[in-house]
Design a protein around this ligand. Structure first.
Ligand SMILES: Cc1ncc(COP(=O)(O)O)c(C=O)c1O
Length: 364
């Protein structure tokens, strides 16, 4: 994989080993308004976020399509980043349009065919107080080439999971709708516990004992042709993939219900699957060592995966306008997917200059 990555992307400068899966780190990181080398994108040890988890972030994928790389649901991810900043009272010194342009510019600068994109807004130096607002607000956009998060076989064969002993935080304990760095301590406990017990992933219950979500994925359950997923009130992250999959399921004419789900629903299910930017559509083949359905990917999961990977790979029409072509405004390039779309605040992706400037315009 390392050789292949080198052949496809001359900009790659480093490889990170993630549990046997190599992630190719990109040469250029967008950091506070400019593209810099990975060596230049450094953070002092006094950064507030290092001590208290005061950061917000996104996880986004750009897919390889016949038209070049295309970012999936970019406006939706930028909007959630803006929401997270607002919830955490971080004044982001860039507009949604500027962040959008910067993300596209970073993917393009690194010559990725496909990649994972990690926008990160964090509190830098300025205070050690637990009121973080005297600390600076810094922004980085990191990209790297990344394969299947839960393993190459997972998307076809499914994964074995456990119900975690760790609960997702109650709604009055944390802010589940925000993607705040510090909140991911719970996810790390869920992931470590699952790995230590020989499972690929854990599913956490919410504070009431209803099914919530995986450490980094939303959960869907299928029974008798009806598709269920926990509501946002079950302390789940409002997943961008979750929303897209709900749309795809309705497109397929399936009945979909967002309602509180008891733990045993997982044991009675015909199918269970995860959704997420990292996990994409991953079937669950067993829960707590009880086989789900036939113990492999079921027909509903297969149908929604076919739609998802068809659209993201550019082989099926992008009928919901989910793809942002990275090379859309390059001379001689194919046009963007569909007729283009708005980044969430009135600017069209790909029309503006990049990288973006700092400190102008509206604030989050
Ligand atoms: C806790 C958690 N739940 C669900 C998801 C899935 O969200 P999305 O589909 O937006 O990636 C993620 C990933 O971001 C996550 O971290």
């Amino acid at each position: 994989m390392a050789m292949a990555a080198f052949m496809f992307s001359s900009a790659i400068c480093s490889f990170i080993n993630d549990g046997g899966m190599e992630m190719a780190g990109a040469a250029s990181i967008w950091f506070n308004g400019a593209l810099v080398s990975a060596e230049e994108a450094r953070v002092p040890v006094t950064a507030h976020a290092l001590h208290y988890g005061s950061s917000v972030f996104e996880g986004i994928r750009a897919y390889a399509t016949p038209r070049g790389p295309a970012v999936f649901c970019l406006p939706q991810h930028v909007r959630r980043l803006m929401d997270s900043c607002r919830i955490f009272r971080m004044t982001l010194p860039y507009t949604a349009s500027e962040v959008t342009e910067a993300i596209v510019a970073t993917v393009r600068a690194n010559n990725h065919e496909s990649c994972y994109i990690r926008p990160l807004v964090f509190r830098g130096p300025g205070t050690f107080s637990l009121d973080p607002r005297k600390a600076s607000v810094e922004v980085a956009i990191i990209t790297f080439e990344w394969g299947r998060y839960l393993g190459q076989e997972a998307v076809e064969q499914g994964v074995d999971v456990m119900v975690s002993s760790w609960r997702r935080a109650a709604p009055d304990t944390a802010v589940p709708m925000a993607k705040i760095g510090g909140q991911y301590v719970t996810s790390q406990f869920i992931a470590m516990e699952a790995a230590d017990h020989g499972f690929t992933e854990g599913i956490a219950l919410d504070a009431q004992g209803f099914i919530s979500e995986g450490s980094g994925e939303n959960v869907f359950v299928v029974r008798d042709g009806v598709v269920f997923t926990p509501p946002l009130s079950a302390s789940v992250l409002p997943g961008v993939t979750r929303a897209a999959v709900l749309t795809l399921l309705r497109d397929l004419g399936l009945a979909v219900r967002e309602e509180p789900l008891l733990r045993e629903t997982l044991y009675m299910a015909d199918e269970v699957f995860f959704t997420g930017t990292a996990a994409e559509i991953t079937p669950v083949r067993s829960v707590d060592r009880i086989a789900v359905g036939e113990g492999r990917r079921g027909p509903v999961t297969a149908r929604v995966a076919e739609q998802f990977f068809g659209i993201t790979g550019g082989h099926l029409p992008d009928r919901h306008g989910w793809l942002t072509d990275v090379n859309a405004d390059r001379p001689g390039s194919a046009t963007r997917s569909g007729s283009g779309h708005d980044s969430g605040d009135g600017h069209r992706v790909g029309d503006g200059p990049a990288p973006v400037r700092r400190g102008s315009g509206e604030r989050a």
